[in-house]
Design a protein around this ligand. Structure first.
Ligand code: NDP
Length: 517
């Protein structure tokens, strides 16, 4: 028989009895001095850290990234320095809206966050399984997320809130179309692509800058559920994506992604027909084809879910020399908000936790703070400049200057921005079966939504492609002629006409709005 080790308290004191609490007589009451019981209960009460406001339910694994193509003409990043180079990584997938105990097989965007432990620091690619997002200005992010979460009164999710917001924010149409398409309900995390969504930049050894987008193409193929299939799965298994990923890795069936980039020379940004820093747009593959850069394989399940995945902290602010930011407003805001969220959720010293710790030396003058468990740099000097040999900067790591100009103002991001061409292109790419799924997914998701909001949203579908509007209108039993009659209204006019106060039904032939109304 193997000898069992001594159980102790958190402070190392041997425990004599882990079955019976200390009581005055066999029937109780408890004695206040039972510090073993108190430690056990108090620690239990504190087991949970706050769950993430978004992306609360997640799954993850460790893996390896291997370079397959020489891209040193675009970037000096050490991770890409030679073909065959391997870098450890950690990936966390997630759903967005559901809480920590939500079911996996839900129609939702999937988070796709990767931490690469490079020799020049951690590089995090914090993306989604979609190449675009619902909003393009971070000012609207909190509003959007409120529509995905619980209604303040009913404590239930509200389709009305979602479609009210989306129909008043036409820039969401591209992402809404992807979410409601077959790809909006993946069979599991192994079967999704990952996208940086944001535009980032590469900087090469000659200090030339390129704008780039990352694409992680699943080598397992895209696999999706219909709503009906998912409902059956959720009834049997709320952890279907977690189970699929964990079990595949456990039996050695390691999932892989082909990692690619789209590369845009810096000055193209000034003349490209769309704003390349707009998170609601993609760059056409015909204009900027995918260039393969490597293969990412997931091959090790975490030993402890909480330590490795719940405490994992991904942040777009983690860049490395040769990879940097872009003027994308959403990215700029995430640079602040992710690290801020981690400091709140798991504490100021989160970077020292094993899952987040860089594998290269870390030398800072940061000190103290809650839960400083890494020795706090011992007796080393804690200020800079100093004359006692403390770490110093090196100007070789400065980026080439980025030209920025313009008057500070709150510019209308909708001004002159086409929110319909790309969703329309996506719609026209779909097979008849995919279009059918799109229509019925939207119709189901609109159940219980007032007609005035449905009508407002249908105008956007119609503008992307009349057949898109028609397909949804038929399932909702709404008159497409009435929708078409609203298609030329400005967003302001459309909002007025479909407000709770003003809506008087869809225009019929006799009540079409006057031209220019
Ligand atoms: P392409 O024909 O070169 O590319 C179309 C892309 O659409 C492919 O990457 C394909 O992925 C992807 N796709 C197919 N069905 C769906 C779906 N239901 N949801 C999300 N993506 C899907 O055309 P363009 O580059 O000219 O783009 C046309 C449209 O394709 C865009 O407006 C955009 O909506 C969509 N798209 C474009 C991407 C890009 O980076 N250019 C990326 C993803 C989507 P796969 O090859 O894996 O089948």
């Amino acid at each position: 028989m193997t000898e069992r080790k001594q159980l102790t308290t958190a402070h190392g004191t041997p425990i004599g009895d882990n079955q019976n609490s200390l009581t005055a007589g066999p029937r109780g009451p408890l004695l206040m001095q039972d510090y073993q019981l108190l430690e056990k209960m108090a620690t239990f009460n504190r087991e949970r850290v706050p769950e993430r406001v978004v992306h609360a339910k997640g799954s993850g694994a460790y893996g390896t990234f291997t370079v397959t193509n020489n891209i040193t003409e675009y970037t000096k990043a050490d991770i890409f320095s030679k073909v065959g180079k391997k870098t450890d990584c950690l990936v966390r997938f997630s759903t967005v809206a559901g809480e920590r105990g939500a079911a996996d097989a839900e129609r939702d965007v999937r988070g796709f966050a990767v931490k690469f432990y490079t020799e020049e620091g951690n590089w995090d690619m914090v993306g989604n399984n979609t190449p675009v997002f619902f909003v393009r200005d971070p000012y609207k992010f909190g509003d959007f997320i409120h529509t995905q979460k619980r209604d303040p009164k009913t404590n239930m999710r509200s389709a009305t809130a979602m479609w009210d917001f989306w129909s008043l924010s036409p820039e969401s149409l591209h992402q809404v179309t992807i979410l409601m398409s077959d790809r909006g309900l993946p069979q599991g995390y192994r079967f999704v692509n990952g996208y940086s969504s944001h535009t980032y930049s590469f900087i090469n050894a000659d200090d030339e800058r390129f704008w780039i987008k990352f694409h992680f193409k699943t080598m397992q193929g895209i696999k999706t559920w219909t709503n009906a299939q998912a409902a059956e799965i959720v009834g049997q298994d709320r952890e279907s994506s977690q189970r699929d990923l964990f079990e595949a890795i456990e039996k050695g069936d390691y999932p892989k992604w082909r990692v690619c980039v789209q590369v845009m020379p810096e000055t193209d940004a000034e003349t490209y027909h769309i704003n390349p820093f707009d998170l609601t747009k993609v760059w056409s593959h015909a204009d900027y084809p995918l260039i393969e850069i490597g293969i990412m394989e997931l091959n090790r399940n975490p030993e402890n879910y909480f330590a490795d995945i719940e405490q994992a902290a991904f942040e777009p602010s983690n860049i490395v020399p040769g990879i940097s930011f872009s003027p994308d407003k959403m990215l700029q805001a995430r640079i602040m908000s992710y690290a801020d969220a981690h400091r709140y959720r798991i504490g100021v010293n989160y970077a020292a936790l094993p899952a987040n710790r860089a594998q290269c030396p870390v030398r800072t003058y940061h000190r103290d703070g809650k839960l400083r468990f890494d020795g706090n740099a011992g007796g080393a000097v804690n200020y800079e400049p100093n004359s006692v040999g403390g770490p110093v900067e090196d100007s070789r790591y400065n980026e080439p200057p980025l030209k920025v100009s313009g008057d500070a103002d709150r510019y209308d991001h909708r001004d002159g921005n086409d929110d319909y061409a790309q969703p329309g292109n996506l719609f026209r790419l779909m097979s008849a079966e995919q279009k059918g799924q799109l229509f019925s997914n939207i119709a189901e998701a609109m159940a219980g939504v007032p007609e005035r909001i449905k009508a407002r949203q249908l105008v956007h579908f119609y503008r992307a492609d009349p057949d898109y509007g028609r397909g949804v209108a038929e399932l909702l039993d709404l008159d497409i002629q009435g929708i078409a009659a609203l298609a030329d209204l400005s967003l302001e006019e459309l909002s007025q006409m479909t407000s709770e106060e003003n809506y008087a039904g869809l225009p019929t032939k006799s009540r079409l709005p006057a031209a220019g109304a």
